[in-house]
Design a protein around this ligand. Structure first.
Ligand code: PEP
Ligand code: MG
Length: 754
């Protein structure tokens, strides 16, 4: 029997020699196609490359009219070659001219060739071109010959990807690899970032394609598969709470695939054809990806995704992590990842990151929370970005619109650059206001505080000119940790927060977990309505151990300082009372053991549940201060889910009924002399913040980016004039004009800077 592997192996050896010779690219290509034709006993071998305009251009041929090189072209999907590129699947035909897609290109003189075998040139599942052999005689190419041609195509994919063909690319007719792509995703973190792609998990770049010793490579593959299977079994046997549910399912699927004979056989076959173990994994992975791109069944796509991931793991087993070293890290990096952990993002130098793009990722995922805290523009759900992007590609992240522009055209890039410049200028103006006192035109002093939750937030206190932290969301430390932070870790963390804030006041909020704030190691049973479920203060009172540990850590961290503390999601005043008792118990405990205590203690409530509207007097008496959580208060009062895009139009905090509610709160607080603040997102929007001033709020807390614009607004505001207008307008009944419109008009008429 003929040794099937001899043909491709000899060919690959010859190609390797050709790659090493100092030839110019066209000559190298010409020799490559000649070699392939000879080796495959074909009269024709042609190499087409996909251009950015979607046209496949003939780059080299042996056998067809040499004058047609760089002239013969087919559109994607047109003719046999276009069909192969579009479907990313090979075609093997004994009589090509009878195929419905056959198109005759007169310049090539190919009418005499009957049999045709073409394979896509793939990289990461994308078609970069097509490689074809043809014979005059009607013959059926064998399956192993198709395999061999696919293996050879990898060498050409490498040549395209390394940019070697650029020298013979005509101006204006760039290759597809540099094609601009726009992806619609979801904007998770506001802002715009321009920069260059840094793949978070750099695709392992396989540079060593051709094997020297087939048996050795087969053994390497076998060993790597062995380690991969062991590592999956290991992960599965770990009894870890976070490993229940979906994560476990994925690993079970991985285990199944890791033993899949078909997969292993295809990789072994590629090694027998002359590839190294890693190149074989990459080849099969690329074929799988190509198939994946054409699948519509979401379940099957998901499974192939798993396969893809598994192949990456296998590649890493074979050659370790890719380079991605710091020396080639650009100053303006846009991190591109399928998904990543929050801690991994923190490993990058903040100053170099201009944006983050995630193929998966939800708005509640930890990495998104951290990215927002770091004020990094984020787009999530950017389908396909990981396989489309190459390290170093130019890219724009538009977190406002949820769009990603990969390899953008010059006009688009300059339009965005303008936008960024404009924003930077505005930012600069706001920065100049940092040390300006926030006092209105009629002399009313307003406290502008910022919201925070992580240490990475804290430098913003200086940057923004905030007077302190009006809401410190302590649950974020818990949400990004892999395991429950211990008492001493909590204490150290709070201590750090206070140290970085200097003398500025900080209001800590006790744990607000549950609802959309998921803590992986503390997963309660699924709830039908988590927003109305076992969360925040409810959970804290039912599990007092958790709250007491936190209270003790806070008391110890603020020894000798003022401790301002508030509890979230209070729906009845007794909850506040009970929490206060727990606090006093901890105070007694610490003083019994001679611990130094805070010099003052203020215990407040968040007003986020409408039921408190009918307990306002009692609440104002019981609490040392009250902070309105307008995000939740609006959500519950108006029955509009704060995270649901379908109803986001209805989430208008300037609606009359809501403003009336806010007014009633301010009035009652005033009557009782109870300090009042508001810390929901509306505080960061100049128009809404203006309305709050008119309703009587004198202290608000917001995302740091809001402080400059809000300060600029209030420096041009006459509060008493606004108050007279607003208090009358909110009481209007019947078909009044929307409050948002009226407020905007008021601002315009009174030259208020918004
Ligand atoms: C709010 O609900 O308005 C609030 C500030 O709390 P959070 O956004 O953390 O729920
Ligand atoms: Mg809330």
């Amino acid at each position: 029997m003929r040794d099937l592997s001899a043909g491709p192996r000899v060919l690959l050896r010859r190609l390797r020699e050709l790659m090493a010779e100092p030839l110019d690219p066209q000559e190298r290509l010409d020799q490559i196609v000649r070699q392939i034709a000879q080796n495959m006993v074909a009269e024709v071998c042609s190499f087409y490359v996909l251009r950015a305009d979607g046209v496949l251009e003939l780059y080299a041929t042996e056998g067809l009219n040499p004058g047609s090189v760089h002239l013969a072209q087919l559109k994607m999907g047109q003719g046999l070659v276009g069909t192969i590129a579009a479907s990313a699947r090979p075609l093997n035909l004994s009589d090509a001219q009878t195929h419905p897609a056959f198109t005759y290109l007169p310049e090539t003189g190919e009418e005499v060739y009957h049999s045709f075998m073409g394979v896509p040139i793939l990289r990461a599942g994308r078609s970069l071109g097509v490689l074809v052999v043809q014979n005059k005689a009607r013959r059926n190419y064998r399956e192993d010959e198709v395999e061999a041609l696919e293996t050879t195509a990898m060498v050409l994919a490498e040549m395209i990807a390394t940019g070697e063909l650029k020298k013979i690319t005509r101006p204006g007719l760039e290759l597809d690899l540099s094609r601009p792509v726009t992806i619609d995703g979801d904007g998770y973190g506001e802002g715009i970032g321009l920069g260059y792609v840094v793949l978070h998990e750099p695709r392992v770049v396989v540079t060593n394609l051709l094997n020297e010793d087939m048996d050795l490579e087969l053994k390497r593959l076998d060993d790597a598969l062995g380690s991969l299977r062991i590592s999956i079994d290991d992960m599965l046997s770990r009894r870890d709470v976070s490993m229940e549910g979906e994560h476990r399912e994925v690993l079970e699927a991985y285990r199944m695939f890791a033993h899949d004979r078909g997969w292993v056989r295809k990789m072994e076959e590629a090694i027998r054809n002359g590839l190294t173990a890693e190149a074989a994994v990459e080849k099969v992975q690329s074929d799988t990806r190509a198939r994946m791109l054409h699948l519509t069944d979401p379940y099957l796509r998901e499974r192939l995704h798993d396969f893809d991931d598994l192949a990456n793991r296998l590649l890493r087993q074979l050659i370790g992590k890719g380079p991605g070293s710091s020396e080639d890290f650009p100053d303006d990096a846009i991190i591109v990842a399928r998904g990543m952990g929050a801690a991994e993002l923190l490993d990058y130098t903040r100053a170099n990151i201009r944006g983050l793009v995630l193929e998966d990722g939800a708005v509640t995922s930890h990495v998104v929370i951290v990215a927002r805290a770091m004020d990094i523009p984020v787009v999530g759900q950017a389908a396909g970005i990981v396989s489309l992007a190459e390290n170093g590609d130019a890219i724009i992240v538009d977190g406002d619109d949820g769009k990603v522009h990969l390899r953008p055209l010059a006009d688009l890039e300059s339009a965005y650059a303008e936008k960024v410049k404009f924003r930077a200028k505005r930012q600069e103006r706001f920065r100049e206001l940092r040390s300006v006192e926030p006092v209105t035109l009629d002399g009313v002093k307003i406290d502008l505080m910022m919201n925070a939750g992580l240490l990475v937030d804290l430098p913003q206190i200086e940057e923004s000119g905030a007077q302190g932290i009006g809401l410190f969301r302590t649950e974020l430390q818990f949400m990004i940790a892999a395991t429950m932070p211990k008492a001493d870790e909590q204490e150290r963390f709070y201590h750090n927060v206070l140290r970085q804030c200097g003398n500025r006041p900080v209001t800590f909020r006790t744990l607000d977990i549950g609802g959309d704030k998921v803590v992986p190691y503390f997963r309660a049973a699924d709830e039908e309505n988590p927003a109305l479920g076992w969360r925040a203060i409810r959970l804290s009172l039912d599990r007092p151990g958790l709250l007491r540990t936190q209270l003790r850590a806070l008391l110890r961290a603020t020894a000798g300082r003022d401790l301002k503390l508030m509890v979230p999601m209070v729906s009845e005043v007794w909850e506040l009372r009970e929490a206060r008792q727990l606090l006093h118990r901890e105070v007694r405990h610490l003083s019994r053991f001679g611990h130094h205590l805070p010099r003052s203690l203020q215990f407040g409530a968040m007003l986020e549940v409408p039921s408190l509207m009918w307990q306002l007097d009692e609440l104002m008496e019981e609490a040392d201060f009250v902070s309105v959580g307008s995000n939740d208060l609006f959500q519950f009062a108006m029955a509009v889910d704060r995270g649901n895009a379908r109803v986001s139009e209805r989430f208008d905090t300037l609606d009359r009924p809501f403003l009336r509610m806010l007014r009633q709160i301010a009035e009652t607080a005033d009557r009782h002399g109870t300090p009042l603040t508001l810390c929901g997102e509306m505080a960061a929007k100049p128009l809404a913040a203006m309305a709050l001033m008119g309703l009587g709020y004198r202290s608000i807390s917001m995302a740091p980016a809001g402080i400059g614009p809000v300060k600029s607004m209030l420096l041009s505001l006459d509060v008493s004039r606004l108050q007279a207008f607003l208090l009358e307008e909110i009481e209007r009944t019947g078909e009044g004009r929307p409050m948002r419109e009226l407020l905007a008009e008021f601002a315009r008429d009174n030259d208020i800077s918004l």
